[in-house]
Design a protein around this ligand. Structure first.
Ligand SMILES: [Zn+2]
Length: 188
């Protein structure tokens, strides 16, 4: 890996975030742990954006809770094999921006540590996961717009299909990062 592709560890202590890497648990769409160790990593420019987002979220009394960040290409393969639907899972020839270290899945948590009601759970591969879905109640629309505002102000962009997913603009031009051999990620 070259210096410009450096992955930065994200921790609660260093970044003031909650971290719940669901792919290191069985609470994900596959029902099995995909990551053996729960290391949260982002590419340097995304890490800088996250720091901005943390400050903006803090200004309204909220904390960011991260569900996923860098994802090794092999983990992407596991997800694609489980759900080969390009609406929700980036196929392997295209690759996920998670595997470029520039995408992050997250929500907002209030001052009591309660996640804001976003209408669906993270990784709910349903139409209700789309931003601005008209059948969702107003408080859910507001909560999603709060997260959208925080992340856009911090320099991230959203995708239509998943309220929890944000990424740096132009991510597609960056290389996929295979960190699974030498890095902290080992797959089951
Ligand atoms: Zn994502």
């Amino acid at each position: 890996m070259t210096e410009q592709h450096r992955l930065i560890p994200i921790t609660s202590a260093s970044h003031g975030v909650d971290i719940d890497l669901v792919y290191a648990t069985d609470r994900n769409l596959t029902g099995k742990a995909i990551y053996r160790t729960a290391h949260c990593l982002l590419l340097e420019p995304a890490e800088a954006g996250l720091r901005r987002a943390v400050e903006i979220a803090r200004g309204m009394g909220t904390t960011l809770r991260i569900f996923d960040a860098y994802r090794p290409p092999q983990a992407q393969q596991v997800l694609w094999d489980f759900l080969p639907d390009p609406t929700y899972i980036a196929d392997l020839t295209r690759g996920s921006n998670h595997s470029r270290g520039t995408a992050i899945d997250l929500t907002l948590v209030d001052a009591n540590g309660e996640a804001l009601d976003m209408g669906t759970w993270f990784d709910a591969m349903t139409i209700e996961s789309e931003h601005f879905h008209p059948d969702l109640p107003q408080h859910v629309q507001r909560n999603r717009l709060l997260l959208l505002g925080v992340m856009h102000a911090a320099g991230f962009t959203h995708i239509k299909s998943e309220w929890w997913h944000y990424e740096l603009p132009g991510s597609r031009a960056l290389p996929l990062i295979d960190n699974s051999e030498s890095g902290p990620f080992r797959l089951m």
